[in-house]
Design a protein around this ligand. Structure first.
Ligand code: FAD
Length: 391
């Protein structure tokens, strides 16, 4: 009898208490039963499976770490485990969840007034309202810290927003989009809750992506879009506040990379044990075993790293450079792992139905979003050398 396929080689799950382990297995079962059968088809057609939203809501996962407002109030470690379990089956679904629960709800939780939290968090927690997070612009990506060009002009009764946002996940169907814009009066970045259907707020779906095709990304155009003062995030006063949200979610993206790598490794291992050439399973060949062990070594290192990352986060000790190092290391190694997974599957490795081709493509987006390898490396570089090399 063959050994069990288990990408958690060092049994890190033993660090979880019973309740958290049960939740991990519940998420795994949901992803395997409800999501896995759907994703290749939706990925192929560049569409989102809206029908999963009620079942997703029943899991009661959104706002994993937040306290109150119906949120689970779990640890950052559990937030990471959930991201990993989702991405182990599909990185698009994990990204949809990351935008909703992390970026959008997180902005409101960390930067909203009590009234804003009470209005939005309970219904977003239940996925009765979908959120998006608009930071990147057509001409401003890595340089968002100092370079945002979307403007916010204060008027007697509110604000007028103008400009464009690009790549905004969930935006084509979001009920609320957090728009980060520069205040024309004091030059600081502020956050705005822009409601679906607001006049002057147009969203166009970005088509033709070769990665994370299930995620619906939007190009947003704001033309004299009026937002009331009550919909300005009351505790977001500068880009530093945006960065607080990004630090939290970047740690989640490192976990997502681990999940993507783990899914690809487990699927490839399974394949090599079943596929025969020269009359033997290809898993019995030394060169194939070497590939598998290299994949597992990196995967195990990545998992050990993100476990510690989340411990730092749970102890309130997480710094930007910690999250950036994990994001760089994990998304880089994931690229290697998914590519080896494809390699050991030969031709079938490029067919969607074998559940590795999608991982290869999706790893490319994980590699670039929430700070590219270069930007996150520069954040770590600045912390360890004392010199900023951004410009
Ligand atoms: P650029 O900033 O133009 O970078 C191009 C290259 O130049 C990169 O390799 C970069 O590392 C390098 N580079 C830039 N500056 C330097 C430097 N100083 N030194 C060395 N190298 C440098 N954004 C949102 O706001 N909300 C979302 O929901 C969202 N979802 C996304 C989903 C997907 C699938 C993708 C692909 C992107 C998403 N983004 C989102 C945007 C994402 O965060 C940006 O793509 C990312 O920050 C990189 O910006 P850019 O694409 O403009 O690349």
């Amino acid at each position: 009898e063959l050994p069990e396929i288990n990408g958690d080689f060092y049994e890190l799950h033993l660090r979880l208490n019973e309740e958290d382990r049960a939740l991990q297995l519940k998420v795994r079962e949901f992803m395997e039963k409800e999501i896995k059968p759907l994703v290749n088809n939706y990925w192929l057609h560049d569409e989102f499976p809206y029908e999963i939203i009620p079942k997703f809501a029943e899991l009661n996962l959104c706002g994993v770490t937040y306290k109150g407002y119906g949120c689970p109030g779990k640890s950052f470690l559990m937030e990471g485990i959930i991201a990993m379990e989702m991405a182990r089956v599909d990185s698009s679904i994990a990204t949809f969840f990351g935008v909703q629960s992390g970026l959008a709800m997180g902005s409101i939780y960390m930067c909203g007034s009590e009234a804003q939290k009470e209005e939005w968090l309970p219904k977003m927690q239940q996925l009765q309202a979908i959120g998006a997070f608009g930071l990147t612009e057509p001409e401003v990506g890595s340089g968002a810290a100092g370079g945002l060009t979307v403007t916010a002009k204060r008027t007697a009764d509110g604000w007028v927003l103008n400009g464009q946002k690009k790549w905004i996940g969930n935006a084509p169907f979001a009920d609320v989009t957090i728009v980060w814009a520069r205040d024309l009066d004091d030059g600081q970045v502020k956050g705005f809750l822009v409601r679906k259907g607001t006049p002057g707020f147009a969203v166009e779906k970005i088509k033709g992506k070769m990665a994370l095709r299930i995620v619906q990304n939007g190009l947003i155009t704001m033309t004299d879009c009026v937002v009331e003062e009550k919909d300005r995030l009351q505790n977001a006063n500068s880009f530093k506040d945006t960065a607080r949200v990004l630090q939290m979610t970047r740690a989640g993206v490192a976990w997502m990379a681990v999940g993507c790598a783990r899914g690809a490794y487990e699927n490839a291992l399974d394949y090599t044990r079943k596929r025969k050439q020269f009359g033997k399973p290809i898993a019995s060949f030394q060169l194939i075993q070497n590939h598998l062990v290299e994949m597992l070594s990196n995967l195990t290192a990545m998992q050990s790293l993100v476990f510690r990352l989340s411990e730092l986060q749970d102890q309130g000790m997480l710094r930007d450079e910690h999250a950036s190092l994990a994001k760089v290391f994990c998304s880089l190694r994931t690229r290697d792992i998914v590519s080896k997974a494809r390699e050991v599957m030969g031709g079938n490795g490029i067919l969607l139905e074998y559940n590795v081709a999608r991982f290869v493509a999706d790893a490319e987006a994980i590699y670039s979003y929430e700070g590219t390898k270069e930007i996150n490396s520069l954040i770590v570089g600045r912390a360890i050398t004392g010199f900023s090399a951004f410009v």
